[in-house]
Write a protein that binds this ligand. Structure first.
Ligand code: AMP
Ligand code: DBH
Length: 538
């Protein structure tokens, strides 16, 4: 049986331990330590619910006991698709505590992606929350739980309704003795993250206790997050940015407070900033203009805010310059990836660096190379693909050895697919992409995945998906479609067909254009360059 994941080479792992990047602590250890050291301090706020470190650790123990009794066993995978609620944080750490691996699915994913993640991970349970109308994941989750052979349990936060699932509250109330903390190695995977990907089915990223814990602590240090920090989670909690840069995991690791925002609107967020004294929060660029506008008219006091992090897609320099004056806080650009590497502009960098670059690597042990098409390093100032390896960048995807050969160099560098320019100072500017992906308001769309679904739409003979610049989204997705037969399906028909196939709404092309044929390269592959140009012309 091939290995599920690829560890770092033994001598590299030893070096990371010796240099103090990695230690033996598991990812839930800071909750236990926090409960012992500063149990009364506020750890987590979700609406009217306020959990101290002692409360949070107790809840995690109880849910861990409830999960273990089902049973969910060490090493098993459990898919979480939850909104920004306390139950997400508790379930995440409860699974880690019993040595099971949470699979972090974003709430925006559709049933098709969730099903694919369940199959790739072989998840034994699904955890979803009761929702309303179309946004209610329960019916699809019940179907997937019934059909996927690996799934034994469906757990529902809220009312399980007629899903046959178990109420999450029952786990909390089970009252069983807390299981012994899992004593497994910190150099084993703690969780599985979702990759934005470039393939037909979503890929999973195994992150170990040691590497993720280091990512979180080092990020907290680079972002000025310590015991007095109040971090507001505005983006989906399951996003790697919100998890570890420094996010929920980094804030709880340093004794700060995490506040969960139920939605990303500035009106909701500003109320929470004032009420909770929020010091730091994180956005994707697409949200920034609305935040800056609302800041000009809000009656809320934003005086506690020290840092606004922006990342996930490219922030334009002009908007970057407006952040500080409008919000009265420091901007920090974040260029990160769930596969590992985090780049940050530092809080004491000159304004010019903060407003025009996406920062530099977090760790002194991060190795980065900027290379041309033949893999040769290019000098500063010249664009090239960013390659990286280091103490918190994976060496391979989960159960995907063939893909690894494409996405990693033989000496273990991850090919980010991002085109960057490195400045003389060592800061990175993201200038483009060589991967076949659309970055729509920070949400990554693998072109191939959508193209495969489009081929399943009646009347479509061939399809190619590209990104086009968009003033609001950063990029919008454009599908060029060749009709089978007389009539080509329009955007509405495509939308309805893709949603019926269970595709996430954000992956539905923003535009559908009929073409007689797709342009081909010399070797007969679809040539996306002319399509990108046409898409950009509007
Ligand atoms: P993923 O691998 O799905 O976690 O997505 C990470 C990718 O998001 C990166 O490889 C970049 O393509 C993109 N990204 C993240 N942050 C930024 C940023 N600040 N500027 C430009 N692109 C970004
Ligand atoms: O886009 C990302 O995946 C991302 C952005 C900022 C990320 O994973 C991160 C910071 O850690």
């Amino acid at each position: 049986m091939p290995q599920d994941w690829l560890p770092w080479p033994a001598d590299t792992a030893r070096e990371y331990r010796e240099r103090g990047f990695w230690d033996d602590r598991r990812l839930d250890a800071p909750l236990r330590e926090g409960a012992a050291r500063h149990g009364d301090r506020l750890a987590l706020v979700d609406g009217a619910d306020r959990l101290s470190y002692a409360d949070l650790d107790t809840c995690v123990d109880r849910v861990a006991a409830g999960l273990a009794a089902l049973p969910v066993r060490a090493g098993e995978r459990v898919l979480l698709q939850l909104p920004n609620r306390a139950e997400y944080v508790v379930t995440l750490f409860a699974l880690v505590r019993i040595g099971a691996l949470p699979v972090l699915a974003l709430p925006s994913l559709g049933p098709a992606e969730v099903e694919s993640l369940v199959r790739t991970s072989g998840a034994c349970a699904l955890v979803v929350a009761q929702g309303r109308g179309r946004a209610d994941p329960r019916p699809a989750a019940a179907r997937i739980a019934a059909e996927a052979p690996s799934v034994r349990r469906l757990i529902v936060v809220g009312d399980p309704g007629d899903t046959g699932g178990l109420a999450w509250d029952a786990l909390l109330e089970a009252g069983a003795a807390p299981p012994a903390a899992d004593a497994g190695s910190a150099e084993e995977p703690a969780l599985l993250l979702l990759s934005g990907g470039t393939t037909g089915t979503p890929k999973l990223i195994p992150r170990t206790h040691a590497d993720y814990g280091y990512n979180a602590r080092a990020s907290a240090a680079a972002c000025g997050v310590g015991a007095d920090a109040v971090y507001l989670a505005v983006l989906p909690a399951a996003h790697n940015f919100t998890m570890v840069s420094p996010g929920i995991v980094g804030t709880l690791a340093t004794g700060g407070t995490v506040v969960l925002s139920p939605d990303p609107s500035p009106t909701t967020a500003f109320g929470l900033v004032e009420r909770e004294g929020v010091t730091i929060t994180a956005l994707v660029p697409a949200l920034v203009p609305a935040w800056l506008e609302e800041a000009g008219r809000t009656a809320h006091d934003l005086g506690s805010l020290r840092v606004l992090q922006v990342g996930g897609s490219r922030l334009d320099d002009a908007t970057a310059r407006r952040v500080g004056p409008a919000l009265g806080c420091r901007l920090q650009q974040v260029f990160g990836m769930a596969e590992g590497l985090n780049n940050y502009t530092r809080l004491d960098d000159p304004d010019d660096v903060v407003c025009t670059t996406q920062g530099r690597p977090l760790s002194p042990a991060d190795e980065v190379a900027v290379v041309d098409e033949d893999g040769r390093p290019v000098p500063p100032g010249t664009p090239g693909e960013l390659l990286t390896r280091g103490p918190y960048t994976i060496r391979g995807y989960y159960r995907a050895r063939e893909l690894d050969a494409l996405r990693f160099t033989p000496d273990g560098f991850y090919r980010t697919g991002d085109l960057v320019v490195r400045t003389e100072r060592g800061d990175l500017v993201v200038v483009g992409r060589v991967k076949d992906q659309v970055n729509r308001a920070g949400e990554k769309i693998a072109a191939v995945e959508v193209e495969e679904h489009l081929l399943g739409v009646p009347g479509v003979a061939a399809a190619a998906v590209v990104g086009a610049p968009d003033p609001v989204l950063g990029e919008r997705s454009v599908a060029f479609v060749v009709a089978r037969g007389a009539a080509c399906p329009g955007r509405e028909e495509v939308r309805a067909a893709l949603l019926a196939r269970g595709v996430a709404p954000f992956k539905v092309p923003d535009e559908v254009r009929a073409v007689p044929a797709l342009p081909l390269t010399g070797v007969g592959k679809v040539d996306k360059r002319p399509l990108r140009e046409r898409a950009a012309e509007g």
